[in-house]
Design a binder for this molecule. Structure first.
Ligand code: GLN
Length: 246
């Protein structure tokens, strides 16, 4: 019997723009190909929280979507903070990345307090930061995606970025070349596009961390056909990263 891994897709109804749902599909598919049994729990506003959570995936949203889910996020803040401190791997894109920080002041002057898992704050500005994003990290190599945000995010001293923008794109704020944040096993990032299909190293970090936390070791099984499929999709992803860098 394949071992289950429980994945929360956080606010898929209101926070899912620019292909972020692809991150959930990618984690589900890769876990299956590795011989595990993924179970997806969609958690929208007021939905029950599952008893077991191994990975949490959240997407981006317009300012209006962020305002819609914020009260529900506050209600879940203690749970999310405890899980983050306990090492649960999480991926929060754009709108939810901002709300995992300290606060987001929108371009129309509204202030949304965040839940403070990531030491960062965000201030909206008139000119949106839109376009392809290419960055590098020692941990994941080249990471590629697409950004579209008005918020400029600034990391507090000592907070590690997810990557460094040195090729294409604006990143956290268009000023200091940082992009995203990396706290406990939480990744916050502006990378839409979707991120995970094109960046298998990031998917495998989330998967490996989750499986090791739950079962002690990551022991991918899978049939030869499944291993072939992984090789094929990783080759396509590599191609996407190669062309993004030229
Ligand atoms: N509404 C936020 C902003 O514009 C987040 C956008 C997004 O998730 N792409 O900064």
């Amino acid at each position: 019997m394949a071992q289950p891994i429980d994945i929360v897709s956080l606010y898929p109804k209101d926070m899912n723009i620019y292909g972020d749902t692809g991150n959930v599909l990618t984690i589900e598919r890769r876990l299956t190909l590795y011989g595990y049994a993924p179970r997806i729990h969609m958690v929208n506003q007021r939905d029950p929280w599952p008893g077991r959570v191994d990975i949490i995936l959240g997407g981006g949203g317009q300012d209006t979507g962020q305002k819609k889910i914020i009260d529900d996020l506050y209600a879940r803040a203690d749970t999310l903070r405890a899980l983050a401190a306990d090492g649960v791997p999480m991926l929060m894109i754009c709108g939810l990345y901002q709300l995992f920080g300290e606060y987001f002041e929108t371009v129309d002057g509204a202030r949304l307090d965040g839940i403070g898992i990531i030491g960062a704050y965000t201030v909206g500005r008139d000119a949106r930061m839109i376009g392809n994003l290419v960055e590098h990290s020692d941990e994941f190599g080249t990471i590629i995606g697409y950004e579209n945000h008005s918020g400029q995010t600034f990391l507090r001293d000592g907070v590690r970025p997810f990557g460094t923008v040195d090729h294409d794109g604006m990143g956290n704020n268009g000023e200091d070349h940082t992009e995203g944040a990396r706290v406990h096993n939480v990744i916050g990032t502006y990378m839409h596009g979707s991120l995970l299909p094109k960046n298998p190293a990031v998917s495998d970090f989330l998967i490996r961390t989750a499986v090791e936390r739950r079962y002690g070791t990551f022991a991918p099984g899978g049939t030869p056909t499944q291993r072939d499929e992984l090789t094929r999709i990783d080759t396509v992803a590599q191609h996407a990263r190669d062309v993004a860098q030229v």
